[in-house]
Design a protein around this ligand. Structure first.
Ligand code: ADP
Ligand code: MG
Length: 585
């Protein structure tokens, strides 16, 4: 676990105390640093701030932005303009204004990110940087031709003072970023980096998560740009070139800049590499070659300098994939019977909750679903079964809103869901889990549950639901949880959101037989315990038999049989369809 984060989490030191100590250290440094280092130190701090912002888009939210210094240029431009216009309020206010305008620019540049990914997004952001580069070179910053100087804030006029001022800004931004990363926004960014569909089915708007990452990142860059204007007095386009944005991106990747101490590390490299080259009499432009080489190292091997350093410092290696498994053990017969007494039969109230009529979905020539009807009553547990490729997952996707082009209608209680995007359906109480793993490994179990539950669950409730489903404790990092257990964590998290309907797409794949039994027992208890009805897709027919009151069988996209468990399981057509898969019966 990262160093600073470890300190905060262990509660030995709060981020605010850490901030105060950092400000004191900066004050001492501003007095003690050798004169020739002060100016370089300002540059390192400004680069650290820009990197912290960049880390949000690239590190946390998993997108590519190659125009961070263009956002900085926007901030510098606003501060320069306000200097020329002599806007009331002074430098600090102008700095904030620069951040706000850069943040807005971030939203505009983030818009393509709603549709583009990877290389295409890289091209768009690089194009923006290049266009701004060319324009700035032609037009200059306001006041530059006349040599107007941006005034530094009162009390921080000389380089030592301005260094201290920049350090205070860095601390304020670092503390704010720390809290943002730990907030719903931060979880949303991490989730969107791992799975957009998983994010949407948690009731979080993917659009909002991506745009907010771009906005915050660009706003921070804008503030860094305003600081550069204050540092140099008259800003010139050369300080915000495309190639420097590229180099900064490489540093963000190399250092893992979404973590505060790694952004500081990156900021130091930003000035150290050109300085060292200068010492050895090598032209400073060769620094870009060094950054390029570092980037190749980081992108081709799966590790990077920052990570290696972090591991060395914390003396910890992350185990991946393996590790913590389920705590699911079957209840004793008496305990289970007793809990069921309270739970009822599992066949529901007879009042329909989910009503799907005439659902049809085609993928080109493939008719994945044809005219499917299905009802889940309030309080019921309904099974949806059928051979591989029968259309079960397609059914879930359509009901959850991921296939807007479907025909037919979907109602949940009194609400018509047709036309609503996934996150709105989730907010109306329809939650689903995925057949493939969509649990972001960068979160802890507890943060993930809190994110999925959208404020529905306090820590006590989270611990309760985790224990109920047999999941590892909230503090466990998901990266250390095996795949079968992640599916259970996903179930527990969605349950914590107290949805009206929970749709589970093969949740028990990867569990042992004994765990299947235990999981079935927990499922039976869910409607009474959480007020949640269940539609479950499952291959293990023992599990289906033990939990489902009614069952619908799909075959080649059409309903083969539907009704009570007894009728369906004894239907000759169903038996025939399953002939090839006798191990399932
Ligand atoms: P199940 O979950 O029952 O195993 P699916 O719903 O995943 O089945 O798939 C149903 C059919 O639809 C299969 O023939 C599958 O190949 C096809 N299919 C599913 N998703 C897509 C897609 N995105 N594009 C094209 N065909 C798809
Ligand atoms: Mg499937």
């Amino acid at each position: 676990m990262p160093l600073v984060d470890t300190l905060f989490r262990s509660r030995r030191i709060s981020p605010l105390v850490f901030g105060v100590v950092a400000v004191l250290v900066a004050f001492a440094l501003s007095a003690l640093l050798p004169t020739y280092l002060v100016y370089l130190a300002i540059t390192a701090i400004v680069a650290t701030i820009a990197l912290l912002g960049l880390g949000i888009v690239t590190g946390t939210a998993g997108m590519i932005a190659l125009c961070q210094l263009t956002f900085a240029a926007v901030g510098a431009w606003i501060v320069s303009l306000f200097t020329v216009l002599d806007v009331p309020g002074g430098y600090i206010l102008w700095l904030v204004a620069g951040g706000v305008v850069a943040g807005l620019a971030g939203v505009v540049i983030g818009l393509p990110a709603l549709r583009l990914r990877g290389v295409n997004l890289a091209v768009v952001t690089l194009g923006f940087a290049a266009a701004a580069d060319a324009t700035l070179l032609k037009t200059q910053f306001p006041g530059a031709p006349q040599g107007t100087k941006v005034p530094r804030p009162e009390g921080f006029l000389d380089d030592r003072g301005f260094f201290f001022f920049c350090a205070i800004v860095l601390v304020v931004i670092a503390v704010a970023v720390h809290y943002l990363q730990r907030s719903r926004f931060g979880s949303g960014w991490r989730s969107v980096a791992f799975s957009e569909r998983g994010t949407a089915s948690a009731g979080t708007s993917v659009r909002l998560a991506k745009l907010s990452a771009f906005a915050v990142s660009a706003a921070i860059a804008g503030i860094a740009g305003g600081l550069i204007a204050g540092q140099v007095g008259t800003a010139y386009p050369a300080g915000f070139s495309t190639i420097q944005s590229l180099a900064l991106y490489v540093l963000a990747i190399v250092s893992g800049a979404y973590l505060i101490e790694m952004a500081v590390f990156g900021g130091i490299l930003w000035v150290l590499i050109p300085e060292l080259l200068k010492r050895f009499g090598i032209p400073q432009d060769w620094g870009f070659v060094v950054f390029g080489a570092l980037g190749i190292q980081a992108l081709t091997t799966n590790s990077n300098l920052g990570q290696d350093l972090r591991n060395a410092l914390t003396k910890r290696r992350h185990r991946r994939g393996a590790g913590t498994s389920t705590g699911l053990v079957p209840l004793s017969d008496e305990a289970f019977e007793a809990s069921l007494q309270a739970s009822g039969s599992g066949s529901g109230s007879g009042k329909p909750l989910l009503t799907v009529t005439g659902l049809s979905v085609s993928f080109g020539q493939v008719k994945a679903l044809q005219n499917v009807d299905l009802t889940v009553d309030e309080g019921a547990i309904v099974g949806l079964i059928g051979p591989n490729g029968a259309g079960k997952s397609t059914f879930v996707d359509a009901v959850a809103g991921f296939l807007p082009q479907h025909e037919g209608t979907v109602r949940l209680g009194g609400d018509a869901l047709d036309g609503l995007p996934p996150h709105k359906r989730a907010r109306l109480g329809l939650r689903r889990t995925f057949q493939q793993d969509r649990v972001p490994p960068s979160l802890t179990v507890g943060d993930y549950v809190a994110f999925i539950a959208r404020g529905e669950a306090e820590p006590v409730a989270i611990a309760e639901v985790l224990a109920f489903i047999g999941c590892p404790p909230a503090s466990t990092r998901i990266v250390n949880v095996d795949v079968g257990t992640r599916r259970l964590v996903e179930v527990a998290a969605n349950l914590a959101a107290k949805p009206r309907l929970l749709v589970l797409d093969e949740p028990a794949a990867g569990l042992s037989h004994e765990e299947h039994v235990a999981f079935g027992q927990r499922l039976r208890m869910i409607p009474a315990r959480y007020g949640t009805s269940i539609l479950i897709i499952e291959h293990d027919l023992d599990l289906v038999r033990s939990v489902c009151s009614s069952i619908t069988v799909l075959n080649f996209g059409a309903v083969l049989a539907s009704g009570s468990q007894e009728t369906v399981m004894n239907d000759p057509e169903v038996l025939k369809a399953y002939m090839g898969e006798t191990e399932m019966l």
